[in-house]
Ligand binder design. Structure first.
Ligand code: SME
Length: 179
């Protein structure tokens, strides 16, 4: 087990605690996500700012999850449109209509979508030509969908049901801390 993770403090404070993502040595995904969830809880502990938490959640996922080329958030700014939030990776499309692309479809369905081959997903929106597979997980709060976490990989079939369950757990931690 890793030592408890202290939270980041502002640069202006006299004592600045650095958050250091700890290497995860787990060989199976269930254990990997259990540990990543603990790290995310530590990273977000005591902070409720949505943008800051989305930024740090993106950074942790991008650093810790192997074989990603994009990790980030889209938030619903109206009933009909998602808008790009904090992310790691190449610059991405800003607005996605509900019902469009993988992200908009996940919002419409209110359920996660695993895409093994993005070229086979009708209406997939390509933000990075390198992306081959994708996992989109909605953010649920009080019976509403607030947005999505979107993960892209340059490897086909990078994500499976265990990744989906793991990222759904990360999404719950993010929502609990931020709303
Ligand atoms: N591929 C997504 C668009 C967002 S980018 O992957 C960052 C989609 O089809 O909704």
């Amino acid at each position: 087990m890793h030592a408890p993770i202290s939270t980041l403090t502002t640069q202006t404070e006299a004592t600045t605690d650095m958050f250091q993502a700890a290497t995860i040595n787990s060989t199976n995904k269930v254990d990997f996500y259990a540990e990543l969830c603990q790290q995310l809880k530590g990273l977000l502990h005591g902070e409720s700012d949505t943008i800051a938490n989305a930024a740090n959640t993106s950074a942790l996922m991008f650093e810790m999850m192997p074989d990603l080329n994009w990790a980030g958030f889209y938030f619903l700014k109206s009933d009909s449109e998602l808008v790009l939030g904090p992310f790691q990776g190449k610059a991405a499309c800003v607005r996605i209509a509900v019902g469009r692309g993988v992200c908009g479809t996940a919002v419409e369905k209110g359920a996660s979508i695993l895409v093994e081959d993005v070229h086979a997903f009708p209406g997939h929106i390509a933000c990075d030509a390198a992306s081959r597979s994708e996992l989109v997980v909605p953010l649920h709060h009080d019976g509403k969908v607030l947005g999505v976490i979107d993960l892209d990989s340059p490897t086909a079939s990078r994500f499976d049901a265990e990744d989906q369950a793991g990222v759904e757990a990360l999404a719950r931690i993010f929502v609990e801390a931020s709303y």
